[in-house]
Design a protein. Sequence first.
Length: 315
Amino acid sequence: MSKKVWEGGGIPFGYEYDKENTRLNVNKNESEILKKIFKLAASGYGVSKIADFLNSNGMKPRRSEFWSGQTITYLLHPNRISFYTGFDDNGKPGSWTALLTKSIADKIPIRERLSTPSKKQGVKSEYLLSGIDLTHCGHCGGRIKSSVTIKPNKKNVYYVCSRRQASGMSTCNAKLHRSELINELVLGDLRTKLASDLSGFIEKVREKKFEWLKNKFDIDSRKLNEIISGSGSKADIFNAYQKEANRMVEELEEFEYSFSDDIFPVVLPSNTFAQQRRVLKRNIAQVLVYDEYIEIQYKFPINMKGDFVLKLSLV
């Protein structure tokens, strides 16, 4: 950004670009939102609370539906603060209209980084149902993430909806739940299912699936032979054969868990974290977390009626 003209790049929030005069003009709606952000930050609001306030009052960002704490952090970075007070990267006055007064800017806490890194770079804590596409919020469908609070001599881990965590309770007001409670319910029930007499019933279902797939592949094999013996160029025959073979492979992969020797491994407390996750992903399709209960969707029938879904209370 030079003193006289706009040199290009992304148009900062709060402004719009005047091509004819190659300069930035104030965007009325965005500038009002931006000024509110600055005032809230100067009053001591954290980035998550600011995002929640904006979302609750229908103040939308430029390119998405909701504000997030990360976006607010970006706007409050010292480089952005300097720009919005009317100065370029070299500390010289710019040609654009300032949207932030120095008196308010001085009250905004300094945020040196554009994003907040983990306290220990390269060290990632792992929680059983967090960080995998298996557990979702039953209210909005957002992924479930872990949230850690540390008090003197005590560490608490919660599972929380990622949408609530990013954009505040106006986006999703689902409750937080202790991770150990949900982990115990999910692992405990799966352990019971795999050790019960239901295993015989599951094995029968597995045999029926095998017979169905075997018959289907017999039919598909005949299709492949017809392709090979068909007319047309070698390239056409090869492409048609490859397409049909790929479809068969995809179908087989969908049933892979039904034929694996360790489809029903025993879940033991002594299993490693990786082993427990493998067991969960092999046997459970999805876990939905609600305020009062969780809903587990298994990949195999859980009773003689052939149901696949189970609800477990959280209260």
